[in-house]
Design a protein around this ligand. Structure first.
Ligand code: HGY
Ligand code: MN
Ligand code: MN
Ligand code: MN
Length: 399
């Protein structure tokens, strides 16, 4: 089955009628459906399936063992996300395995497709949750206590889906099996449009972090409270949005985004008592990311005190900049002539793994250049081109 056909199979899973696009989050209904689908597809291709202690699903060709050639990505999405971010890597991997099988290929080392849990952090707030737990770059106690918007903790959600959260944590046996990891992913930008190429090899990922700013003021009646003397946390919250834009615009190549702002209690005729604001900040260079966030945080404290509000700032996740393995990239370039290299501002499981195993990525052209939105797209021809490239990579690396 082609990668395009496999994508079509899940096209109706987790559709978000309200936002448009897809909302597929760790251990929710859509995730359960997609996990079942992935296991079925893997078993249909004679792959042996295991779910690791952190909720990542591995589909093996051959006995799991050291030096394995591993590919894969994620099936969860951001709220209202596109159809390709994550699933493209998974369906291309399944298609590659099927193609190699059908051709009678006999790998000399184990091959695996992995589906990572909660790469987007769309429910529990920490991106690359499954790969961070696998590598030990996220503390298991901290992970268990993560709480989604519905108040359910990750531990509760994971155990309801059959996992034992007490087992969360660095998984040395699983990690030590990986000889090489290559993630195929839809491009999240216009690089391949400008380079006029259907596929690229990943070179670097910039640092990215998430910080939660909690502003506290005095809730009150919107109509009975004069403007004088209000302590409205919405004011410093609003100024954080514009300050982030202003400060990041002054730092070359920086990105700072407020995509989520939650006033409580959230009534139209109520002055909020608290407002939580999440900042997503990224720029090349860990020191530059941190100094940019420090400047935004200073301005937020200033704005809070001018409004007589308190503010607490918590770093919820951070991943430093990553350069993918040069030897692996050179090998990929030799295998895929004419294929350019591309840096990315998007985070990926491959970047979390890159600190521990030789890892890189393949990107597939996205003619809209848009991602994390329903407009995200990849032409069928480019999808198939990417799947063929991944097939050649898996063949070559496991011969
Ligand atoms: O946020 C990111 O860059 C990734 O899509 N999780
Ligand atoms: Mn994403
Ligand atoms: Mn992704
Ligand atoms: Mn990713």
């Amino acid at each position: 089955m082609s990668a395009v056909a496999l994508l079509r199979e899940i096209a109706d899973v987790g559709r978000d009628r309200r936002r448009g696009g897809y909302s597929r989050h760790a251990f929710d209904g859509a995730d359960a459906e997609l996990r079942t689908w992935f296991v079925e597809q893997a078993e249909r291709r004679a792959l042996s399936v295991e779910t690791d202690r952190n909720g990542n699903i591995w589909a093996w060709w051959g006995m799991p063992g050291p030096g394995a050639v591993v590919t894969g990505s994620h099936l969860d999405s951001v709220p209202g996300g596109g159809a390709f971010d994550g699933p493209l890597g998974v369906v291309s991997a399944l298609h590659a395995m099927e193609t190699l099988h059908t051709e009678g290929f006999r790998p000399t080392r184990p091959l695996a497709v992995v589906m990572f849990a909660e790469e987007e952090g769309g429910r529990f707030g920490v991106p690359c949750l499954g790969s961070r737990l696998l590598t030990g770059s996220l503390d298991a106690d901290q992970a268990r206590a993560l709480r989604g918007p519905d108040g359910v903790t990750l531990a509760e959600a994971a155990s309801r889906s059959g996992l034992d959260p007490a087992r969360f944590g660095r998984d040395v046996p699983a990690l030590s099996r990986i000889g090489t990891f290559v993630e195929l992913h839809v491009e999240q930008g216009r690089g391949l449009i400008d380079l006029d190429s259907p596929v690229a090899v990943g070179s670097t990922v910039i640092p990215h972090g998430r910080w939660r700013f909690s502003f506290r003021g005095q809730g009150n009646h919107a109509g009975a409270t004069l403007m004088e003397g209000r302590r409205d946390p919405m004011l410093p919250a609003a100024s954080l949005v514009t300050t982030a834009r202003r400060i990041a615009s002054g730092v070359a190549g920086a990105r700072a985004t407020v995509g989520r702002l939650v006033p409580r209690p959230g009534g139209t005729n109520v002055i909020a008592s608290t407002v939580d604001v999440w900042l997503d900040a990224r720029v090349t260079g860990d020191d530059r990311t941190r100094s940019m966030v420090d400047a935004i945080a200073d301005a937020a404290r200033q704005a809070a005190s001018e409004e007589g509000c308190e503010v607490t700032i918590a770093e919820e996740s951070y991943a430093g900049g990553v350069t993918f393995d040069p030897v692996l990239r050179k090998r990929l370039a030799g295998l895929l002539p004419e294929v350019p290299e591309l840096p990315t501002g998007a985070g990926h499981d491959a970047a979390i793994l890159a600190e521990h195993v030789p890892a890189s990525m393949l990107y597939v052209r996205n003619p809209t250049g848009i991602s994390h939105a329903p407009e995200e797209f990849a032409e069928d021809a480019d999808v198939e081109h990417g799947a063929r490239a991944l097939t050649e990579v898996l063949r070559n690396f496991s011969t």
